[in-house]
Every structure is written in C-alpha cells, then in structure tokens.
Write a protein that binds this ligand. Sequence first.
Ligand SMILES: Nc1ncnc2c1ncn2[C@@H]1O[C@H](COP(=O)(O)OP(=O)(O)OP(=O)(O)O)[C@@H](O)[C@H]1O
Length: 403
Amino acid sequence: MIEAVGLTKRYGAKTAVHNLSFQVRPGTVTGFLGPNGSGKSTTMRMILGLDTPTAGHVTIGGHPFRKLPNAPRQVGALLDAKAVHGGRSARQHLLSLAQLSGIPARRVDEVLGLVGLQDVARKRSKGFSLGMGQRLGIASAMLGDPQVLLFDEPVNGLDPEGILWVRNLMKQLASEGRTVFVSSHLMSEMALTAEHLIVIGRGQLLADMNVKDFIAANSAGFARVRTPDTEPGLAEKLTAALSAAGGQVAPEPDGALRVTGLALPRISDLAHEADVRLWELSPHQASLEEAYMQLTQGAVDYRSAVPPQVPHGAVPPQAIAQPPGMPPQGYAGDPPAGVPGPYAGQPGPFPGAQPQGAPVPGPYGPPPQPQPHPQAQPRPQAPAGPPPAAPADPTQQHSEDAR
Ligand SMILES: Nc1ncnc2c1ncn2[C@@H]1O[C@H](COP(=O)(O)OP(=O)(O)OP(=O)(O)O)[C@@H](O)[C@H]1O
C-alpha cells in the first residue's frame, strides 16, 4: 500500500503539491487524475524518493521509498518513457537494469515477450516510436515482478491494440493483489481501467472514491423522453406538463427531451395524465469525462482560449480554493474575484474536495450539492498479493537533481 500523509512540495514560491493525504491499496487499479500541472508527476516522484517533500511524508508498505529494504525489487515505475539511453538496444537497456538489481537475464527476455518487443529487442531504442518507448518503459517497470507499480500516462502514444493491452495488464496486475497506481488524461480509458480514483487539482485532493461514486457525486443523471415524431405538438405538451411539475426540460439534438429534476415514474405518470404517448423513457448517467471536467473546472491552470461547454448532466461549476502559500493566480474560467466558490468558508483540510460516503444523489434528482470532504474513504481490504520478487529501477527516471 502507498500512503501519503500531508504531502507538500514547494519549488521556491510555487506550491506544486499541498497537504495531500491518500492511500493506494493493493488489489485495485487506482487512477490518478488531475489537470496539467496539478502535481501528479511531483507526487509520483515523491512516492519514488526522487523528490523530497517540503512537508508530510509518503510511504510504501510503511517505509519511505529510500528506506525500503531492496526498494528496486519491490517497486516498479514508468515515469518517463524517454528516459532511456537511445544508443542501447531494448534488450541491453533491460539487461543493464537487471544486472544492477541482480535479476537473471532470462527475466529480460520474459518481459520483452510480455510487452511485445521481442522482435525489435536488439534494435537501438532511439529509433523506437512513442508507443514502442512506452512498451519498453512498462517492461522496465515490470522487470522485477514488483508488488507496487506506478505508471505515469502509460497509454501515451499507444495504438488501440496497445491501449487494450495496457488496460488488461493493469487489471491483471491488480487482480494478482498488487498495488497499481496509474495516471492518465484519458477519461474514457480510466473509466474502463480504474476502480478507484484519486483526483487532484492545483496540488490539492479533490476526490478519493470509486469511479461509480465519483460520477454520481459530480454529475446529475437525466432522463431521455421521446414522443411520437408522427404527432406534432406532443413534445410541447409534455414539456409544459413536466415543467409545471418542477422538471427541467431541454431539447436533445435528435428531437428527444432531456429531463432533470423528475424521477422516471413521475415523468411516466405526468405523460399519462397529459395524454401524451411515449416512444422512449430511459435513464442516463453522465460519463466519467463529464464528471471529471465538472469537478476540475476551477482547478485548471492551462486551458484553450475557448472554454469547453459545461456538459449536460453535470453539476454547476465549482471553484477550487487556493491553498495557503500558493500565490494568487488568475485562471480563465475561474469565478470573478470576490465571488465565493461553493466551497468557500467550508471547514476541513481539503476545501475543494468532494464528499466520500456522502449521500449519493438519486439519478434524476437535482444536482448534488458540494460538501466538505473527509479525506479517506473506507474501502474493503484487498487480498494480499504474491511476494515481491525483483526490481524495476525508478531511479533511472529523471530525478529532482536533473530537473
Ligand atoms: N522542478 C521543478 N521546479 C519548479 N516547478 C516545478 C518543478 N516540477 C514541477 N513544477 C511545477 O509544479 C507544478 C506541478 O507539476 P507536475 O509536473 O507535478 O504536474 P502534473 O500534474 O504531472 O502535470 P501534467 O499532467 O502536465 O504532466 C507545475 O506548476 C510545475 O510547473
């Protein structure tokens, strides 16, 4: 298990990570999400002993990485796939890592086969594509058959077959009882890969919960209702009836109606009372991407000049409070100065965080109201995994000194 407590990292005046506390448990793929510059890589580097926290601490199996007995044999990481000597072949690269950690050469050939690089094993890695580099990085991480694995953007540059392979690999590793912590910007992929999410924005914890709860907590479900196309005027009649009953009704591009604020049975009854036949009445839930965009709206440091639309089914924009010690910054899309965000003035160490264990809104009820957030959600203990065997050398990745 990885455990961070009050983890903080400042680079001069810049606070990259602020008072971050979370646990990454074995037996589950835990996704690590956050906008660009939110502190994911910094957090991963601190976990791997490559950066020293300004305050707080982070441990793996109860020990700081640097004090782990035979750390490289217990923890594997992919931080930067380009951190490879380009003049060496894939096999030479892995062999040198293996030799440093006392891993037999046959394991090198095993992992090359595992990641599908056996045919190019003797080619210089500088000719590798982005996807091949990612596979080599994953091979390095898995070289020691470690119990704890960290992957920073592992599917970056992979083709659809490669993405599917990484997804299955992560799940397989977790099902073996390993701790798998993976960052990604691809929400659709995270929704398929991770069971649990840790979301940060501007270095602060925004959410620590399972994917299903995360979507429910950060988006409102809706109903799609369709009246017969053959009978003009029915949609308007139904809209009037639903609106009078307190529902919010919006047209969908295909002519159906999107209804929030009313439960499905109530919509059905109201349609019946208004003598409106229905061709469709179906429940819908926002996607992880919609929920994520909604949660992190106030915590995005870098965005295009044209801000994205707030997705349908998502809760209203939320402001992420600035942590103490962080310089005031102006962000496109932030609430105007002086307008308190919904979390302003709320107690607790993570003012921008989402509640865990808070009542999850009904799928067709009003959007959820933000709450102060306890920092850890109780999760069932995963079964113990196989003992760690051999190394991957995260210190091959760029270090604090190198930055
Ligand atoms: N060595 C450093 N010196 C100064 N500032 C740094 C250093 N490393 C990171 N930062 C800053 O800390 C913040 C967090 O950076 P970090 O790379 O951890 O974010 P990230 O979430 O991994 O971003 P991305 O998704 O773009 O990879 C950024 O503002 C970054 O510029």
